[in-house]
Design a protein around this ligand. Structure first.
Ligand code: DGY
Length: 321
């Protein structure tokens, strides 16, 4: 019997063709709707491999259900939706999709920072809504980005790619990370700062740290209080790294000047969420890696990792080594 693979979203046939040619493959029928938990559990029970999304909860219950399950290829660089320890206990390989999305996510992060600082979304709506009556000296005036200080929290590959972009804007680059990043220091001139120092001195605080037990609600009320009143906070990692109520309060009270958010505590964020009512928030629907090229690259990497494991070869990007 051929190994059975379940893919939790509808992906293009030409991308999954290598799997279709060799294995039995079933795909969830929708591209824009997550597979219901009950169906996912039933499929996991039968599958040799799962190709999952960040919207699928790959927890201990699911992993234990998968009696034949050998690999879960998660189509994201982040894997906070997966219980890695449980997977290792069950002998299931977990793979993610680093590298293929690094520059794309850095582009979006930088764009979000610029959009927030220069009020791009607000300005574009202003024109479309027919509000533009006259050029005026401070009409929709934002903040400069060039020659300012960017503080990157989480100096991994994406953080480094954001820092590289910041050098082109003559920015002073601070970073905070679990460990020192020698390359970022030597090649990009980034300076390590402790968390508090980074919060106090940065004009732009850019959050790119993965969500872990340690980073959940890293950005607390106290953290926002330490930032400059002119600071702009950008989050392109995971929503739960931020205490959203504290962020809201900081934005409303003027403790910080604005926020560019690609990720939220609960996704999709509800249209009536208070954060979305604020003029100084730019909100995006978790599109950091959303280009055709990167998303296709992520899918292909998942396919390659599944093929490798099912054929007894080492996968390219194994998380639980
Ligand atoms: C990731 O890869 O972790 C992103 O958040 C989804 O593109």
């Amino acid at each position: 019997m051929k190994p059975y693979i379940f893919i939790t979203r509808k992906l293009p046939n030409d991308v999954v063709r290598p799997l279709l040619e060799k294995f039995e493959v079933k795909m969830w029928m929708y591209e824009d709707q997550a597979v219901p938990r009950k169906i996912l559990l039933a499929e996991a029970a039968k599958a040799d491999a799962l190709l999952t999304m960040l919207t699928d909860k790959v927890d201990e219950a699911l992993l234990k259900t998968g009696k034949k399950l050998k690999v879960v290829a998660n189509m994201a660089v982040g894997y906070d939706n997966v219980d890695i320890q449980a997977a290792s206990r069950e002998g299931i390989a977990i793979c993610n999709t680093p590298d293929v999305l690094t520059d794309t996510t850095a582009d979006l992060t930088f764009a979000l920072m610029m959009a927030t600082a220069r009020r791009i979304v607000e300005a574009a709506e202003f024109v479309k809504e027919g509000k533009w009556q006259s050029w005026s000296p401070f009409l929709l005036a934002g903040q400069d980005i060039h020659h300012k200080t960017i503080g990157i929290v989480g100096m991994g590959k994406i953080g480094q790619a954001v820092a590289k972009r910041a050098t082109g804007f003559d920015m002073n680059i601070l970073y905070h990370n679990r460990s020192r990043n020698q390359e970022a220091e030597k090649v990009l001139g980034a300076t390590y700062a402790n968390f508090e120092e980074l919060l106090r001195t940065s004009d732009f605080i850019v959050c790119l740290t993965p969500l872990t037990k340690e980073t959940r609600h890293l950005f607390t009320r106290e953290a926002f209080r330490k930032m400059k009143p002119s600071a702009i906070f950008v989050n392109a990692s995971r929503g739960p790294v931020v205490d959203e109520q504290a962020l809201y309060d900081a934005l409303v009270s003027g403790e910080i000047a604005g926020a560019g958010l690609d990720v939220f505590d609960k996704e999709p964020i509800g249209q009536d969420h208070p954060l979305l009512k604020l003029f100084n928030v730019v909100a995006l629907p978790h599109i950091g890696s959303a280009t055709i090229e990167s998303r296709t690259g992520m899918m292909r990497l998942c396919v390659e990792n599944i093929e490798a494991i099912l054929e007894g070869r080492p996968p390219k990007t194994l998380v639980n080594k």
